[in-house]
Design a protein around this ligand. Structure first.
Ligand code: NAD
Length: 506
C-alpha cells in the first residue's frame, strides 16, 4: 500500500466511523509507523479549550449522576452494538496509527466490546454492603455514588482499549469522561468518539451534552486535566516517567488517580515446563506488537538443566519470524512506533553488550521506506540481571538468564521496578503455588503456563510497584469511579452515642 493509498484508506475509514472533522486542517501531523509518512494533520485544542471541556463535563455530571444506573448501562449496551458494527474500521485505524497487525487491531476493539458487555451487567450490580451495627434500632449500610468528571490519558500502543476500559465503567458509574489520547494516535480516538456519538444519538435525551469529549494535543493538555480540581479521577496509562509527574500532581490537590504504567515483565522456565508450550508463549509475549506492549515479556529466567534446549529453540523461532508491514504482508512483527523507539533499542543493546551480554538479532530491517523503523526482535543472553535488564525498553528485546535455585530466581524476578505482569512455566505444583503465594511474584498479574501478555477484561488489569498499583477493567475496579458513603439510620426512639460517651444538654 503506497503512502497516498494509506492516507486515503485513513480518510475512508474515519468517514466510515462517522468522523466529520477535517483531517488536513491543523498542526498535529499524524504519522503511520507502517511507512513513517503523514496520513493526516489535525487541529489541536488549547489549554482554554481544555478548561471549557472540563466546565461542560462538570455540568454534564450534575445531570448524568441522577440517571438510574441500569439506564446508564443502556447507553453502554448501545455503544457495544455500535462498536460491533465498526469493529473492522476501528481495527484498521489501530493498525494504521500504532502499526499493529490486523488481528491485534481487531483484538483491541474486541476488548472494547467485551468491557461494554461487562459494564452493562455491572450497571445493575453497583452493590454496597449492609453492615451489622452496635447500636440498637439502627441500620448501617454503604452506598456508592457517582464520583465526578474522569480524565483519561492514554498511551500510543493501545490507542483505544484502555479508554474503553475506563469510559465503559465511568459511564455506568455516573461519570462524564474527557479523553486525552496519545498525540501519536489521535485519529483512533476521534473514530472511537464518533462511534460513541452514534450510540448517544440512539440513546436519547437522558444523556447530557459533553458526556464524552476528546482533547487532541500533547502532554500539556494531559497536564490541564491533571491539575484541574474539577477532575475527580485521573486515569493515566503510559510510561513510568509520565506517572512520576502525574501522580504527585493529582495527589497534591487530593484528587484520585489510577496509574497504569510500564512493565518490566518476566517469566521463569522451570525444569518440568512443557517446552513446546513455553516456547510459543514466550515468543508471542516477547515479540508480539514488536515488544511494544506494557505486558511484553522482557526477561526470562531459565533453569540451567533446560537452558541448552530452550535458548537455541528460541533463537531459531526469532530468526524465522517475519517482519514487515502487517497490512501488506502476513508479517507477525510490525514496525516500531518511531525513530526514538529505534534509538532506544540500539542504546539498550549496546549497554547490554557492555554488561557482558551476547546479542542475537536486533538489526534494522530493510522492509519499508527509510522513514519506517522495522527491526528483527533481539534475544540477549545475559550473565546476570544488570544494566538495561532492570528497566523497560519499549522494543522487542528479550533478556535471557540462567538460574539454578528456584528461590533465587523468584528473588531476581522481583528485584526490578515495573512489576506489572509475570509468568511461570512449570508442571510442578509446589513451584506453581509458591510463585502465586505471598513470597512469589510481586506483580499485579501472575500467570501459570501462559505468557505475560494477553490479559482479558474480566479480571482487574494492572501492576503493583512502579506501576502505580492501578486497577482498570474488571473485578471490583469500578469502585475507583465512585465514592462510598456510609449511612446510619436510626429507627428507634433513643439516641445512643458512641460507646462510653455521654452528652447531656439539659
Ligand atoms: P508516554 O508516557 O510517553 O505518554 C502517555 C500519555 O501521557 C500520552 O497521552 C502523553 O501525551 C501523556 N503525557 C505525557 N507526559 C505527560 C504529563 N507530564 N502530564 C500529563 N500527560 C502526559 O507513553 P507512551 O510512549 O505513549 O506509551 C508507552 C508506555 O506506556 C510504556 O511505558 C508502556 O509500558 C506504558 N503502557 C502501560 C499500560 C498499562 O496498562 N500499564 C498500557 C499501555 C502502555
Amino acid at each position: 500500500m503506497s503512502t497516498n493509498s494509506l492516507a486515503s484508506t485513513t480518510r475512508a475509514t474515519m468517514e466510515a466511523c462517522g468522523v466529520t472533522a477535517s483531517l488536513d486542517a491543523g498542526s498535529l501531523t499524524v504519522v503511520s509507523p507502517l511507512t513513517g509518512e503523514a496520513v493526516a494533520s489535525l487541529a489541536t485544542h488549547s489549554a482554554d479549550d481544555a478548561k471549557a471541556m472540563i466546565r461542560t463535563a462538570k455540568q454534564a455530571f450534575r445531570q448524568w449522576r441522577l440517571v438510574p444506573a441500569p439506564r446508564r448501562g443502556e447507553l453502554v449496551r448501545l455503544f457495544g452494538e455500535e462498536l460491533r458494527k465498526s469493529k473492522e474500521d476501528l481495527g484498521r485505524m489501530v493498525s494504521i496509527e500504532a502499526g499493529k497487525s490486523p488481528s491485534e487491531g481487531l483484538g483491541e476493539v474486541q476488548e472494547m466490546i467485551d468491557i461494554c458487555d461487562f459494564a452493562v451487567g455491572l450497571s445493575r450490580q453497583l452493590y454496597g454492603l449492609t453492615i451489622a451495627t452496635e447500636r440498637p434500632g439502627h441500620r448501617m449500610m454503604e452506598t456508592w455514588h457517582p464520583l465526578g468528571v474522569v480524565g483519561i490519558i492514554t498511551a500510543f500502543n493501545f490507542p483505544c482499549a484502555p479508554w474503553a476500559w475506563n469510559s465503559a465503567l465511568a459511564l455506568v458509574c455516573g461519570d462524564p469522561v474527557i479523553w486525552k489520547p496519545s498525540e501519536k494516535t489521535p485519529l483512533t480516538a476521534l473514530a472511537c468518539q464518533a462511534v460513541l456519538e452514534r450510540a448517544l444519538a440512539r440513546f436519547g435525551e437522558d444523556a447530557p451534552e459533553g458526556l464524552s469529549q476528546v482533547l487532541v494535543g500533547g502532554p500539556e493538555l494531559g497536564e490541564a486535566l491533571v491539575t484541574s480540581e474539577a477532575v475527580a479521577l485521573i486515569s493515566a496509562t503510559g510510561s513510568t516517567r509520565m506517572g512520576r509527574i502525574v501522580g504527585p500532581k493529582v495527589a497534591e490537590r487530593f484528587g484520585r488517580s489510577i496509574l497504569e504504567l510500564g512493565g518490566n515483565n518476566a517469566g521463569i522456565v522451570c525444569p518440568s515446563a512443557d517446552l513446546d508450550m513455553t516456547l510459543r508463549a514466550v515468543a508471542f509475549g516477547a515479540m508480539g506488537t514488536a515488544g511494544q506492549r506494557c505486558t511484553t515479556t522482557r526477561r526470562l529466567f531459565v533453569h540451567e538443566s533446560i537452558y541448552d534446549q530452550i535458548v537455541p529453540a528460541l533463537k531459531k523461532a526469532y530468526a524465522s519470524v517475519s517482519v514487515g508491514n502487517p497490512l501488506e504482508t502476513n508479517a507477525l512483527v510490525g514496525p516500531l512506533i518511531d525513530k526514538a523507539a529505534f534509538d532506544g533499542m540500539v542504546e539498550a543493546l549496546n549497554e547490554a553488550k557492555e554488561a557482558g551480554g551476547t546479542v542475537h538479532g536486533g538489526e534494522r530491517q530493510d522492509v519499508g521506506p527509510d522513514t519506517a523503523y522495522y527491526v528483527k526482535p533481539a534475544i540477549v543472553e545475559m550473565p546476570s540481571q544488570t544494566g538495561p535488564v532492570t528497566r523497560e525498553t519499549f522494543a522487542p528485546i528479550l533478556y535471557v538468564m540462567k538460574y539454578s535455585d528456584f528461590d533465587e530466581a523468584i528473588e531476581q524476578h522481583n528485584d526490578v521496578g515495573g512489576g506489572l505482569s509475570s509468568s511461570i512455566f512449570t508442571t510442578d505444583l509446589r513451584e506453581m503455588e509458591t510463585f502465586l503465594s505471598a513470597r512469589g511474584s510481586d506483580c499485579g498479574i501472575a500467570n501459570v503456563n501462559i505468557g505475560t501478555s494477553g490479559a482479558e477484561i474480566g479480571g482487574a488489569f494492572g501492576g503493583e510497584k512502579e506501576t502505580g498499583g492501578g486497577r482498570e477493567s474488571g473485578s471490583d475496579a469500578w469502585r475507583a469511579y465512585m465514592r462510598r458513603a456510609t449511612n446510619t439510620i436510626n429507627y428507634s426512639r433513643e439516641l445512643p452515642l458512641a460507646q462510653g460517651v455521654s452528652f447531656d444538654i439539659g
